[in-house]
Design a protein around this ligand. Sequence first.
Ligand code: PEP
Length: 253
Amino acid sequence: MRSKHLLVGNWKMNLGPRQGSSYARQLRESITNLARTDVWVAPPFASLPIVATELKGSLLSVGAQNVHWAESGAFTGETAPSFLTELEATFALTGHSERRTYFGETSDQVAQRTAGAIAAGLEVIACVGETESERNEGRMEKVLEGQLNPVLAKLTQETAKSVIIAYEPVWAIGTGRVASLDDIRGAHQFIQRVWTSFNLPGSAVILYGGSVNPSNFADILALKEVHGALVGGASIKLEQWLDLVKIAEATPV
Ligand code: PEP
């Protein structure tokens, strides 16, 4: 368990270096006091160095939207974990549904990426989630298990504390269709059971992701099964992002 809520902004392929640095400056100047919330942002790779520089010494942490498992080699287009730590990034996402859907990333690769990043000292937010048809066909649990098992199988008692799971139903990402509180509770409870079945220490830290915005976040974060949120669209709109931070700060941990 974390002692604070965790709010993570996934900027996706938005905010290149120029816009990203000016947005980061606004975040640094606006977020000057956090008691109950850790605020992390994941800019696109090209913006990461300048955003990391801009946020150095601020209350925010910076990470990447993906990471390779190897330290170097013939992997065109990929980024080694140590390149990220060199930039003072502290975390990386793995297995985002857009990586799985558009770039064919498999759960075994997600597990490799996760293990490699942890070995380099990063925290990892491993994303899982079912599509709408998988849910309608009653296969949600099977799908989540299939995505989680390879990741959890590579963890040790020691490395497990560096992993955070993000439950992101694919049909709720970027669609404006947020999952119901019952759906979220049910999925998070299931993920927790899978975590326990691996005899890992403590309990899983689980974020919800999928069309989180200031009008639905308070109810979602009030669920005891939810430890924070992974946010796309609303994370790159300053007013909405600051509202989400305010909501997290007002919610007891
Ligand atoms: C995401 O990119 O992980 C995400 C949840 O996006 P959105 O908040 O836009 O649905």
